[in-house]
Design a protein around this ligand. Structure first.
Ligand code: UD1
Length: 370
C-alpha cells in the first residue's frame, strides 16, 4: 500500500507527525513524505521536523511564496509530475492551507484517491482563503476525517455521503499530548524573562487582521493598553513583520515596552509558553484547539471560527478586532474570570491510530478507495 503524505506550511507539520509515526508501524505501508515548500524558513518548517521527529521529506517541491494563484498553480504543476511518475494508492492532505487544496485538485484530476485529515471545518466566511481551501478539498476528497461532530454535519449538509465521513478526533492533539511533558520542562518563559502565569502569548497573521492598516492599528492600540497590566510575548509571523514595517508601525512599539517581539518559535518552546500563559491572544486556527486542551483562556481575534467546539466546550472566546472588546475580555480574565472548559470528544491522543486503521481496512477491502 503506497501512501503519499503532503505537507506545505507550518500548521501541517504537527498534524502529519503522528500519522507518519503510525504508518511507520506497518511494514505493508510504503509511505512517501512530500513537502511543497510553501513555508521554507527554518523557523517556519525545519525546526518542526527536528523537534517532532518527522523524517526529512522524500520529495521537496520548493514552491515558495507568491500570490494565492501563483502559489497554488506552482504546487499543482510540480505535484502533477510527481503523481505521474509514481502513482500512490492514496494521497493524504491535512488542514486547509494552499498546498492542501492544490494537491487535492491535482490528485483528483488524476483519479488518485484522496484522504483529507481535518475535514468539514467551516467558518462560513468565504473571504478567508482557508475557507475556500476547505470547501474545495472536501468536495474532492474520497475519505474525510473529522475532528468534531459539527464538522460531520457540515459535510452532510454539503451532500457528502456519510460512508466517506469518519469522526476520528484530532491529530494535532495527538502531537500535543505526546510532547507536553517534554515541553513543560524547558523553562522557556523564564529564559524570555517572563513570570509563570503572568504574561499573555500573542500570535497574529490572518490577512484580515494584518493586511489592512486600520484593523492592524486598532489591534496595536488594544495591545498597547493590555501591556500596561500584563507583559505580552509576540512571536511574530513573517507576513506580520512585513506589514508592521510596510505600514510604518514599528515606531509604535516604543510606546509599548512590555510588548516583546521575538522570531517565530519552535513547537516545544511555543507549547511551553502556551501552557504557562495567563491567556493567549490569537487569530490562528490550531491554537484555539491547543489552548482548549491545556485549559488556558484563549481570546480569538476574529469574528468567527471554524472550530466552534473550542467555544462550546473549550476555553475560547471570540473578540474580533475591536480594541474595547479585546481589552475588556483581557481584564476580565486578569480579574480571575475564566473557566477551564473540558476536553472535546475523541481528542484523546489516538486520532492517528484511528485514521491508519481505516486506511488499512479500506485497502484490504477493495482495490480502490472510491
Ligand atoms: C499560511 C496559511 C495559513 C496558516 C499559516 C500558518 C494559506 C492560505 N495560509 O499562511 O492558513 O495559518 O500559513 O503560518 O495557505 N513567508 C516567509 N517565510 C516562510 C513562509 C512565508 O517569510 O517560510 C512570508 C512570505 O513573505 C509570504 C508570507 O509570509 O509571502 C505569507 O506566506 P504564505 O504561505 O503565503 O501564507 P501564511 O500567511 O504563512
Amino acid at each position: 500500500m503506497k501512501i503519499l503524505n503532503v505537507v506545505g506550511a507550518r500548521p501541517n507539520l504537527m498534524k502529519i507527525a503522528p500519522l507518519v509515526e503510525e504508518m511507520g508501524r506497518y511494514p505493508e505501508i510504503q509511505q512517501t513524505l512530500l513537502h511543497t515548500g510553501q513555508h521554507y524558513d527554518d523557523q517556519m518548517s525545519q525546526v518542526f521536523f527536528d523537534q517532532l521527529g518527522i523524517p526529512q521529506p522524500d520529495i521537496y517541491l520548493g514552491v515558495g511564496s507568491g500570490s494565492h494563484a501563483e502559489q497554488t498553480a506552482r504546487v499543482m504543476v510540480a505535484f502533477e509530475k510527481v503523481l505521474q511518475d509514481d502513482r500512490p494508492d492514496v494521497v493524504v492532505v491535512v488542514g486547509d492551507v494552499n498546498s492542501t487544496m492544490a494537491c487535492a485538485i491535482t490528485a483528483s484530476k488524476l483519479w488518485v484517491p484522496l484522504a483529507h485529515v481535518e475535514a468539514g471545518l467551516r467558518s462560513f466566511d468565504r473571504r478567508m482563503p482557508e475557507e475556500i481551501n476547505r470547501l474545495v478539498t472536501d468536495a474532492l476528497a474520497d475519505l474525510l476525517f473529522t475532528t468534531s461532530r459539527d464538522a460531520d454535519e457540515n459535510l452532510r449538509r454539503e451532500g457528502i455521503s456519510p460512508e466517506r465521513i469518519f469522526f476520528i478526533g484530532n491529530v494535532m492533539i495527538d502531537t500535543l499530548m505526546k510532547h507536553r511533558e517534554r515541553a513543560r520542562g524547558l523553562g522557556t518563559p523564564g529564559r524570555l524573562g517572563l513570570q509563570l502565569g503572568h504574561y499573555a502569548l500573542l500570535t497574529l497573521h490572518r490577512p484580515s487582521n494584518v493586511d489592512d492598516p486600520s484593523v492592524f492599528s486598532d489591534i496595536l492600540d488594544a495591545l498597547t493598553e493590555i501591556q500596561r497590566d500584563l507583559p505580552i510575548l509576540f512571536p511574530i509571523h513573517p507576513r506580520t513583520a512585513q506589514c508592521l514595517q510596510q505600514f510604518g508601525f514599528s515606531d509604535r512599539l516604543g510606546t509599548a515596552p512590555n510588548l516583546h517581539l521575538v522570531e517565530p518559535l519552535g513547537y516545544l518552546e511555543f507549547l511551553d509558553l502556551m501552557m504557562h500563559a495567563l491567556l493567549v491572544l490569537t487569530d490562528s486556527g490550531g491554537i484555539q484547539e491547543e489552548t482548549t486542551i491545556l485549559g488556558v483562556p484563549c481570546l480569538t481575534l476574529r469574528e468567527n471560527t471554524e472550530r466552534p467546539v473550542t467555544i462550546s466546550e473549550g476555553t475560547n472566546i471570540l473578540v474580533g478586532a475591536d480594541p474595547a472588546r479585546i481589552v475588556a475580555e483581557t481584564r476580565r480574565i486578569l480579574a480571575g474570570g475564566s473557566g477551564a472548559g473540558r476536553v472535546p470528544e475523541l481528542w484523546d491522543g489516538h486520532a492517528a491510530g484511528r485514521i491508519v486503521a481505516i486506511l488499512r481496512e479500506r485497502s484490504c477491502q477493495c482495490a480502490s478507495y472510491t
